[in-house]
Design a protein around this ligand. Structure first.
Ligand code: AMP
Ligand code: ZN
Length: 107
């Protein structure tokens, strides 16, 4: 989507520190980390937030959730991690392309 910073990251128009990528999703380091490890996992298809997810995104969202622990383990978060999805302005969302925060401290 035009003018979406995360779509630009997907298209490599904006640099990012990518830790995982496949045909469905991209994971990169948060530019302003709130934890020693702070990653953002995003779908390659644009939708604004969890509140904008449709039935057609069901499989994609499932794949993303199942990928989270793999990415976390590869980032050294073998002792556990936090996930967060901010939804809407009232939920603290600032970038309106769905993303899952993955945060923690390596064991
Ligand atoms: P949220 O408040 O859930 O919308 O979170 C947006 C997150 O995106 C924040 O933690 C920002 O630090 C992060 N962010 C914004 N721009 C970039 C960027 N260009 N590269 C990496 N992370 C970014
Ligand atoms: Zn986007």
């Amino acid at each position: 989507m035009e003018n979406c910073i995360f779509c630009k990251i997907i298209d490599k128009q904006i640099p990012s520190s990518i830790v995982y990528e496949d045909e469905n999703m991209l994971c990169f380091k948060d530019i302003n980390p709130a934890a020693p490890v702070h990653l953002l996992l995003i779908p390659k298809v644009h939708f604004d937030s969890l509140a904008h997810a449709q039935l057609e995104h069901e499989t994609l969202l499932g794949k993303m959730m199942l990928k989270v622990p793999q990415i976390a383990a590869e980032a050294g978060l073998t002792n556990g991690f936090k996930t967060q999805i901010n939804t809407g302005k009232g939920g603290g969302q600032e970038v309106f392309h769905l993303h899952i925060h993955i945060m923690g401290r390596p064991a």
